[in-house]
Ligand binder design. Structure first.
Ligand code: G3H
Ligand code: 13P
Ligand code: ZN
Length: 336
């Protein structure tokens, strides 16, 4: 099956009221682990790659690994999505590679860097302008577009924003109408990475129904949705790691967000923790091993276990054959 437009996966999830994980991938083991989970659960899935992932894998390798996932799982709806596209050029590159969806992170100006090395927020008008440019390029090709209103806290270099603003529900209607985005990333207090909160977080979940009310046909996206499981942090530290104490987003708050109207749930960090924890443990316990297939198999198993659990918790399981998958060619008709 060819990759499906992300809009279809999200629209179907919204109709039925479940969440779909959008999982960041960089290499073969991550993709295999996720696909094993999705396949066993008959779940649609969004595989996403950041600009850093494309650089790491020299783009063409990741593209072919994703294609292998589709070839190996012809019955599953799979969308491939550019995560945090910084500009139109990067979105064009992803589309040329065959991505069925791109995010333009128009709320941050990646071309500017302040004295602290952070990127400043764009004005509302500027965000609309850059987002609309991407929509105008992508939609005639059937490619879905995710925009962002508000800024997330990020600790990864490429997503480091100078300041964090929650999404203002009063801006949503105009943003969606002026840009035509298919999906809207909202800022409700989450942040990227392993160091999110010092204690049990209180997300601004009350914003979701207000935003949903004004978002029209756009589906809502929650970034920074890793839960930073303490058992994974403990394993990493037990086997030579040095991660500080921190909390992620409890799965119950994500489930509540889905009930309130969020469909796309972005998860990266928890996969990294599972991979690193399992690799460290295996290598520490088997110091004679130097065959990378042995320890990478353990890392892959760690991702599979954690991510299969996410798919169940988000309610994605069992939905792969609820609908007839569409192609980018079909999607062009939506935007005429
Ligand atoms: O939202 C950002 C993701 O966690 C991607 O991180 O830029 O290190 O690949 P990355
Ligand atoms: P986490 O760092 O919480 O996994 O968030 C990932 C993300 O939002 C990718 O866009
Ligand atoms: Zn993100």
């Amino acid at each position: 099956m060819p990759f499906v437009p992300m809009k279809q996966i999200l629209d179907e999830a919204r109709k039925a009221g479940y969440g779909v994980g959008a999982y960041n991938v960089n290499n073969m083991e991550q993709i295999q682990a996720l696909m094993q989970g999705a396949s066993e659960l008959n779940a649609p899935i969004i595989l996403q790659a950041s600009r850093g992932a494309l650089q790491y894998s020299n783009m063409v390798y990741l593209k072919h690994l994703m294609q292998a996932a589709a070839e190996d799982n012809p019955d599953l709806p799979i969308a491939i999505h550019l995560d945090h596209g910084p500009d139109l050029e990067t979105c064009k590159e992803a589309i040329a590679l065959g991505f069925t969806s791109v995010m333009i992170d128009g709320s941050i100006d990646y071309s500017q860097t302040d004295a602290n090395g952070a990127h400043p927020a764009r004005s509302f008008e500027d965000n609309i302008r850059v987002t609309r440019e991407v929509v105008e390029y992508a939609h005639p090709l059937g490619v879905s577009v995710e925009g962002e209103l508000g800024t997330l806290g990020g600790i990864e270099d490429d997503t480091k924003a100078a300041s964090i603003h929650l999404t203002d529900p009063d801006e949503v209607e105009e943003f969606v109408a002026q840009t035509g985005v298919d999906a809207l990333a909202i800022a409700i207090g989450t942040s990227h990475g392993a160091y999110k909160f010092k204690e049990e977080p209180k997300l601004a979940l009350e914003l979701i129904p207000k935003i949903r009310d004004k978002a029209g046909d756009a589906t809502l996206v929650m970034h920074g949705s890793s839960s930073v499981p303490q058992d994974l942090v403990a394993i990493i530290n037990q086997y030579g790691g040095n991660l500080q104490k921190s909390m992620g987003v409890p799965i119950e708050q994500i489930q509540e967000a889905i009930k309130l109207g969020v469909q796309k749930i972005n998860i990266d960090t928890d996969g990294r923790l599972a991979f690193t924890g399992n690799n460290r443990k295996y290598l520490a316990e088997n110091p004679e091993v130097f065959d990378q297939r042995k320890y990478l198999s353990e890392g892959r198993r760690g991702i599979y276990e954690v991510m299969k659990g996410k798919m169940l918790a988000l309610g994605t399981d069992g939905h792969a054959d609820d609908y007839e998958p569409l192609t980018l060619e079909d999607a062009k008709a939506w935007y005429k």
